[in-house]
Design a protein around this ligand. Structure first.
Ligand SMILES: *[C@@H]1O[C@H](CO)[C@@H](O)[C@H](O)[C@H]1NC(C)=O
Ligand SMILES: *[C@@H]1O[C@H](CO)[C@@H](O)[C@H](O)[C@H]1NC(C)=O
Ligand SMILES: *[C@@H]1O[C@H](CO)[C@@H](O)[C@H](O)[C@H]1NC(C)=O
Length: 355
């Protein structure tokens, strides 16, 4: 009896909290827009922007197409990165007219932590690349590094403008979390932290890329520049951090309240770990309240031993086989000079979906 009388207030409290948590990634709704933003008036047609972001839109109209592109990249990359997991990032794709995300992203879960980090990294990545490709008037190639290269190598080409990407990306994606009245302090701290982890991974994804020059491809001289790794790789790194994310609580530590790891070892949170406050369900069965769509009808892999194996994906419920016809290139022949012809072969393959 006692416990049932507690249900209501708790529910109301949670609902109040929920309505405010997720707005930091609302801008991902931009992935749905068909508006081609090239005028200030277009800013008010865009879904998902909080007031400070709408302000940024008006003062940086030129940047908006790139931000829209970034929102699409986040969605695509998240779903690809989690295609082999029970939680497959489908809830990132909310329709524009829906006010809220599903609870898997609306609460401070591990999944939300990943999406915040990926969003921040992707936004800065996309802007940095747009500078390089000449899509933006306000920025161009990154600076030429001061390091001295080995003989045979020299700086050239166009570096990805990570500095500008980080500057404008964090301005835009953190705008909401830095506002005074936008959800609880604990949630804001957590989202900002996770976004920063995303940008940190991006900063570490700078690699040297080189191109060969010289007589008939002899590569006697190479021009090199600092470029960013592809998003796929950055997302994989963040997925690893997702798998080892740290559960935190918000409590006094020293003079202020802070996020601290929930387990017993007393230490401050690390700069490179993703943080979450709410445990996630196992995502095996459909549960709207917890934001789980379940894994029924998901494809699984009978020979895999990873998270996409039929055992793990189907949570022990078993699976149904079906056959699919796939068309492949086959009997390829090389013709002098220089082309290849192939035939098309049909092949029947067996696939499996979870019961
Ligand atoms: C804005 O974009 C639209 C759609 O691409 C285009 O038709 C229009 O000419 C553009 N306007 C300006 C001022 O560039
Ligand atoms: C994710 O899983 C759900 C539930 O099985 C499915 O309906 C959806 O199509 C999947 N989404 C992607 C992007 O694979
Ligand atoms: C299933 O998993 C195996 C082993 O990891 C892999 O070689 C194979 O390509 C996968 N099959 C499909 C259809 O994804």
């Amino acid at each position: 009896m006692r416990s049932s009388s507690r249900v209501l207030p708790l529910g109301v409290l949670t609902a109040l909290l929920l309505s405010q948590v997720c707005s930091g990634i609302k801008w991902l709704a931009l992935s749905h827009t068909s508006v081609h933003v090239n005028q200030t008036q277009h800013c008010k047609l865009l879904p998902g922007l909080v007031s400070s972001q709408a302000q940024l839109c008006r003062t940086n109209v030129e940047l908006m197409q790139t931000i829209i592109q970034a929102a699409r990249e986040v969605k695509k990359t998240c779903q690809k990165t989690f295609a082999d997991m029970r939680w497959n990032c489908s809830s990132i794709d909310i329709p524009v007219d829906v006010q809220k995300y599903r609870p898997d992203l609306d609460r401070g879960t591990r999944e939300a932590a990943f999406v915040y980090a990926l969003s921040a990294a992707t936004l800065s990545h996309t802007i940095a690349r747009a500078c390089t490709s000449g899509d933006l008037r306000l920025c161009s190639c990154g600076p030429i590094p001061g390091e001295v290269l080995e003989p045979g190598y020299r700086w050239g080409g166009c570096a990805d403008n990570l500095h500008y990407g980080l500057l404008m990306g964090s301005k835009f994606s953190d705008a909401h979390m830095k506002m005074k009245r936008s959800g609880s302090h604990a949630n804001k701290l957590m989202h900002l932290h996770n976004s920063e982890v995303g940008r940190q991974v991006l900063k570490e994804a700078v690699v040297m890329k080189c191109k060969c020059h010289g007589v008939s491809g002899s590569c006697s001289i190479r021009t090199c520049w600092k470029g960013l790794q592809d998003l796929k790789e950055i997302a994989m790194e963040l997925k690893n951090k997702y798998l080892s994310a740290t559960k935190v609580v918000y409590r006094p530590m020293g003079t202020r309240k802070q996020l601290v790891p929930k387990d017993i070892d007393i230490r401050p949170v690390r700069e490179n770990e993703l943080l979450y406050m709410q445990s996630s369900p196992d995502f095996c069965t459909k549960n709207e309240k917890q934001g789980s769509v379940g894994t029924q009808d998901r494809q699984c892999n009978k020979t895999s031993s990873g998270s996409d194996s039929c055992d793990l994906m189907c949570c022990g419920r078993g699976y149904n086989p079906y056959t699919e016809k796939v068309v492949e290139r086959c009997h390829c022949k090389y013709h002098w000079c220089c082309y290849v012809t192939c035939k098309k072969c049909e092949k029947i393959v067996e696939r499996y979906v979870c019961k």
